[in-house]
Design a protein around this ligand. Structure first.
Ligand SMILES: NC(=O)c1ccc[n+]([C@@H]2O[C@H](COP(=O)([O-])OP(=O)(O)OC[C@H]3O[C@@H](n4cnc5c(N)ncnc54)[C@H](OP(=O)(O)O)[C@@H]3O)[C@@H](O)[C@H]2O)c1
Length: 327
């Protein structure tokens, strides 16, 4: 699991372990936070280990995935049946660069997920589930964004992967567009992997809705951080926002398979739902031609779209093996 150390991911960790007490959870986290959390959870009797990773660096992601694979090979971990990709970032600009020269939001929210799945895809044993935390910011409309987050602006993934993909790249607005667009890209990634993963290995997206009080806006200006601590939590008294406890519980339900969700689907908090028109409309167009997308550091192309039979919003698709999935 990535992103287990804070926010609603931290809540989900406890619930996943409570719901699956025999699971061995591998925490993929940066710095010492993962090791500290692993110690804490082990003391409570859970089977937990930590592998350090900085998701900004694809080399670090590859090393962490390879370490998981090594431990699986040595029998130090039980068979791999879950990947929980929760980590995500929101920057206040579109000019923050990862060590590999990618735009930082895209690097963490999209490329790290891709490299993790790609490196581990042959290790999953049926029945497995991969869950990626996405966002209803990918809709880009007031109903979903409450006017707080600009909508996505899709471009060729080779452009999106680099800084300054959006106008006025130094601004908070450009950082917001980068976030929304990265979550749309993560949904495309889910669609593509739903097509490619073997039968019995499912992949779904989870939207927590608006969850104030997490660390996501920690890089924002003082006014936004103050509002997040004081005013925004009041929204959790309405249906407009979820508490971290609620979002963590819903998330764990998706991970544990308690929320029905076929491969390729989008879960809006507690139930499978249609993702945005754009997220499926894009799926109807040709993917970026081979050689045109950004190259992940492991030599793989970044999936950019989906081919298949479509139905607007929620799509029933048949992958190459004839397996049906809904997106
Ligand atoms: N909060 C919301 O309203 C909202 C809405 C829609 C979607 N989401 C999504 O929900 C997910 C969780 O977000 P949150 O709100 O709970 O935010 P959060 O409190 O900031 O948690 C983010 C998690 O990601 C980890 N992370 C970030 N960058 C990393 C890196 N380079 N390497 C390793 N780990 C890294 C963080 O670890 P550190 O402790 O080391 O920073 C933390 O565990 C994200 O994908 C976010 O985009 C949130």
């Amino acid at each position: 699991m990535t992103g287990p150390t804070r926010g609603f991911g931290r809540v989900a960790v406890e619930r996943i372990l409570a719901g699956s007490p025999k699971a061995h959870l591998v925490l993929l986290a940066r710095g010492t936070a993962g090791a500290e959390l692993a110690t804490d959870l082990s003391r409570k009797g859970h089977s937990v280990t930590s592998i350090p990773v900085d998701l900004l660096s694809l080399g670090s992601v590859r090393a962490a995935a390879d370490e998981v694979a090594r431990r699986l090979d040595r029998g130090e971990l039980p068979p791999l049946r879950m990947l929980v990709s929760n980590a995500g970032v929101l920057f206040t600009n579109d000019v923050t660069e990862s060590p590999d020269g990618f735009e930082a939001t895209f690097a963490v929210n999209v490329l790290a997920n891709h490299v993790l799945i790609r490196r581990l895809q042959d290790r999953f044993e049926a029945a497995s589930r991969i869950v990626i935390t996405v966002s209803d910011a990918h809709f880009g409309d007031f109903r979903h964004n409450k006017g707080m987050m600009p909508g996505p602006s899709w471009k060729d993934s080779a452009l999106l992967a680099r800084i300054s993909a959006f106008p006025k790249a130094e601004t908070v607005t450009a950082g917001g567009i980068a976030n929304s667009t990265s979550k749309l890209a993560a949904i495309y990634l889910i669609h593509e992997y739903a097509r490619r993963l073997p039968s019995g290995v499912d992949i779904v997206g989870y939207n927590p809705g608006f969850v104030p009080g997490t660390g996501l806006t920690r890089g924002a200006g003082a006014a936004v951080r103050l509002a997040m601590r004081t005013i925004m939590p009041l929204m959790t008294l309405t249906s407009l926002a979820s508490t971290q406890q609620e979002a963590g519980r819903h998330f764990a339900d998706v991970v544990l398979g308690l929320t029905p969700a076929p491969s390729g689907s989008y879960v809006d908090r507690t139930r499978e739902a249609r993702s945005s028109w754009m997220s499926s409309a894009r799926s109807t167009s040709s993917p970026t031609p081979a050689g045109n997308g950004p190259s992940a550091a492991d030599g793989t192309r970044i999936p950019t779209g989906n081919r298949g039979d479509k139905e607007q919003g929620s799509m029933i698709r048949h992958n190459d093996s004839g397996r049906q999935s809904r997106t």
